[in-house]
Design a protein around this ligand. Structure first.
Ligand SMILES: Nc1ncnc2c1ncn2[C@@H]1O[C@H](COP(=O)(O)OP(=O)(O)OP(=O)(O)O)[C@@H](O)[C@H]1O
Length: 394
């Protein structure tokens, strides 16, 4: 039996059927979606209050995934619309939550800030006077219990008055103008005939101001011997500060030679230390010039010769006994330390005059610790340093 074929309704009728079917399907889906929305809304509302935005997102995602299992592929468009709607709802909710969280944070910050500003005044600002009077140690915040840092009071610092020693605070001032303050040799007291003659033979008729001031002072202090100054006191140390070319070299050369020229036994009694070999050579030359005609011997140890040659010029051994060959030694710091450390030919037992020329530059070479080595080499090293400096210092 043949089945009755459906009546031909034309192409338009077929299309209508399809449309009506899809419309009904769409209507169903919409209903489902509405139900789901209602369902989701009623479920999520109470719990979302206690969840973080991240949890909410996860939840939404789970729901979306769960719902997609039940929906057919043809429903994807509708699903996307629903997702967007949900997302916007979630964003709105999370925005509110974020706002709430921010507000809470701000509140917390406000509490902390107010603690810092007003720990002890119950929220009121402290006046400047109160801050000044506040204790030195940091207080603990009443609200947090943490110590509040940075609240140290200002203390008036006592002004320190610099006190210079008398010899620096009240120095003997010497005229700067050399030409208008020349002193004829005949007027200079205590200068011996030998040196006057030597000066004249070197075409010097006048002494410069610094020379006229310092030479008599040194001669006076050594007038009663090398160990004792005026009144039985130890000879004074002397510090001279004068410009270049003012004649400082003769200022110490002349009195040292005059003080030593009557010596009986040759021993190193004067030591001049200079920063460079060239300066040592200049000073050695001046010493040699004015020591000429006396029995004084001037020796230079500045590295211009080998250490052994310098050693030989300092002393010799005769009859099993060491004999000094130098009364006045002119040295550079480096070589001086070498001789002190490496051999015993430099004996400083009888040293009476220590001359530190170019003292400002010599401070730079103090890293060689030549001065402390010198003090150690001196037999009076166990006595205080100032006694070591009984000699004159320029
Ligand atoms: N009374 C004097 N009359 C004439 N000339 C002098 C006199 N005293 C020193 N001179 C000469 O003046 C020059 C400078 O002297 P000197 O080298 O002693 O100065 P200084 O103060 O030691 O200088 P610097 O700080 O550069 O060593 C030298 O040529 C020296 O011969």
């Amino acid at each position: 039996m043949a089945l009755p074929s459906p009546p031909y309704l034309g192409e338009e009728d077929g299309n209508d059927n399809k449309d009506s079917r899809s419309q009904t399907l769409l209507a169903k889906l919409k209903e489902k979606a509405k139900e789901r929305q209602k369902h989701c809304g009623s479920e999520s509302t109470p719990s979302e209050e206690n969840t973080t935005p991240i949890d909410l997102k996860k939840k939404r995602k789970m729901q979306v995934v769960g719902s997609s299992d039940n929906v057919k592929e043809s429903d994807q468009d509708e699903d996307v619309i629903q997702k967007k709607k949900k997302k916007s709802a979630v964003r709105q909710q999370t925005g509110e939550l974020n706002f709430c969280l921010h507000a809470e944070k701000l509140q917390a910050l406000k509490i902390v800030v107010s603690d810092i500003q007003t720990p002890a005044t119950g929220g009121k600002d402290m006046s400047k006077d109160q801050v000044k009077d506040s204790p030195q140690t940091p207080e603990k915040s009443a609200a947090t219990g943490f110590p509040v840092l940075g609240r140290f009071s200002k203390k008036n610092i006592l002004k320190v008055n610099r006190v210079l020693p008398q010899w620096l605070a009240k120095p003997d001032l010497i005229h700067q103008n050399i030409k208008d303050n020349l002193h004829p040799l005949s007027e200079v007291p205590l200068l011996c005939a030998h040196l006057l003659k030597k000066l004249q033979s070197n075409h010097i008729q006048h002494l410069f101001p610094v020379q006229a001031e310092v030479i008599p002072a040194i001669l006076e202090s050594s007038h009663h011997g090398l160990l004792m100054g005026p009144g039985g006191h130890r000879p004074r140390d002397i510090c001279v500060s004068a410009p270049t070319g003012s004649g400082k070299t003769l200022t110490f050369v002349l009195p040292v030679i005059q003080a030593l020229m009557q010596r009986v036994v040759c021993e190193v009694r004067a030591l001049a230390v200079l920063p460079t070999k060239e300066l040592a050579q200049q000073v050695w030359k001046v010493f040699s010039t004015y020591a000429d005609g006396t029995q004084l011997k001037v020796v230079m140890v500045a590295g211009h010769k080998s250490l052994a040659a310098e050693e030989a010029s300092l002393s010799e051994v005769r009859g099993g006994q060491r004999r000094s060959l130098a009364d006045i030694v002119v040295a550079t710091p480096g070589r001086l330390v070498d001789h002190i450390n490496k051999n015993s030919s430099l004996c400083l037992e009888h040293l009476r005059f220590l001359i530190i020329d170019e003292a400002d530059r010599m401070i730079d070479s103090m890293h060689q610790s030549w001065l402390s080595q010198l003090v150690k080499a001196h037999p009076k090293s166990k006595t205080p340093l100032r006694q070591m400096f009984n000699e004159k210092m320029f």
